[in-house]
Design a protein around this ligand. Structure first.
Ligand code: NCD
Length: 342
């Protein structure tokens, strides 16, 4: 694995497999049964210049669960970038304070520019419509875990990606990551104007996968193993696109779609947040409590996967087992009220 994690382009099937293996070893810590201090004394810089809940907090929590501490800054308003400071200067300054840096920024390529000015490992927490490699790793980890539970195989699997495939950075990283594996079927369904960029379709097809674009969800998806749906990224629209845009129910994944068009064991994923406002037509809440809905298992998986990324980049991945202690505080059996024991 390279020094930074900026794009799925720097990952190979072997490096992904290694991260998946390390993440599985982090599970007892993520599930609050054991404690480690392998990153005791280390400091993470968590720089978020775009809205975030789970990515920011889960990177923070993952670093703390390895025994490290976190410094953060949120938004441009309270950072020196509001005074015109460059990415180069910010990068050099933060490198003097921190042992690893996670950055989210609205401009595509900005995190790579930031990383070019430092020897400290940098993780791309999302660069505009570009990439979100740690999300793809946790999505892949989720698919792998769900498939193991259901007795499914990744080779030959059928994955449906739907929603905003143009601006959704999570699907850009995920489709690249899936393409590293044995040939599968990938179906893409996006509202007009929000289709997956051609260069990504070409890349995946050139690696032997069968990629198909369909116009709507009103079709037969009975042999789909994973429905991965995404939020419409209206904040990235041009003024022209925003004008009068509304998403029809034809693109909504809800209980009726799952019951009528998908198989009984099809899993539903979403990087979250889902837009729960009435006119958004994002992933419907009527699937809450349905075991096919994997979205909260997916968010939970963010912790072991992000721990694995830190441990690997900071080269303590071999030390975890030697450093484990049992947890002493109260931990509930299930964290959410809808959680089934799977
Ligand atoms: C996404 C993001 O910020 O790219 N969320 C996430 O990180 N889990 C998706 C989104 O904003 O719609």
């Amino acid at each position: 694995m390279s020094r930074h994690l900026l794009s799925v382009d720097s990952l190979t099937r072997d490096s992904v497999n290694h991260l998946m293996h390390v993440a599985a070893r982090m599970e007892p810590i993520a599930q609050r049964r054991q404690v480690t201090r392998v990153l005791e004394g280390a400091v993470l810089g968590n720089l978020f210049f775009e809205a975030s809940t789970r990515t920011r907090v889960s990177f923070h929590a993952a670093f703390c669960r390895l025994g490290g501490s976190v410094c953060d800054t949120t938004g441009f308003t309270f950072s020196s970038m509001a005074k015109g400071e460059s990415l180069y200067d910010t990068s050099r300054v933060m490198s003097g304070y921190c042992d690893a840096i996670v950055m989210r920024h609205p401009d595509q390529g900005s995190v790579a520019e930031f990383a070019a000015a430092t020897h400290v490992p940098v993780i791309n927490g999302g660069d505009g419509p570009g990439e979100h490699p740690s999300q793809a790793l946790l999505d892949f980890y989720t698919i792998d875990k769900e498939f193991a539970r259901l007795g499914r195989k990744l080779a030959g699997a059928h994955v449906l990606l739907t929603g905003d495939l143009k601006y959704g950075r999570t699907v850009h990283s995920l489709i690249k990551l899936l393409s590293l594996y044995d040939p599968m079927r990938i179906t893409l369904v996006a509202p007009p104007g929000l289709e997956m960029p051609d260069y990504l379709i070409d890349l995946v097809a050139s690696r032997g996968h069968r990629v198909e674009q369909r116009a709507s969800l009103a079709d037969d998806y009975r042999d789909v193993d994973v429905v991965y749906t995404t939020r419409i990224q209206k904040e990235r629209f041009t003024a022209e696109m925003s004008e009068g845009f509304s998403l029809s129910r034809d693109f909504t994944v809800d209980r009726a779609f799952m019951d009528k068009r998908c198989g009984r064991d099809t899993i539903v994923m979403h990087p979250l947040p889902r837009d729960s406002r009435a006119d958004a037509n994002d992933l419907d809440v009527d699937l809450n409590g349905d075991p096919r809905l994997a979205i909260f298992r997916q968010t939970d998986n963010g912790i072991p996967v992000r721990m694995a990324i830190f441990a690997t980049l900071l080269q303590v991945d071999e030390l975890i087992e030697k450093d484990l202690r049992p947890v002493r505080w109260f931990v509930p059996e299930r964290v959410g009220v809808d959680d089934a024991a799977l």
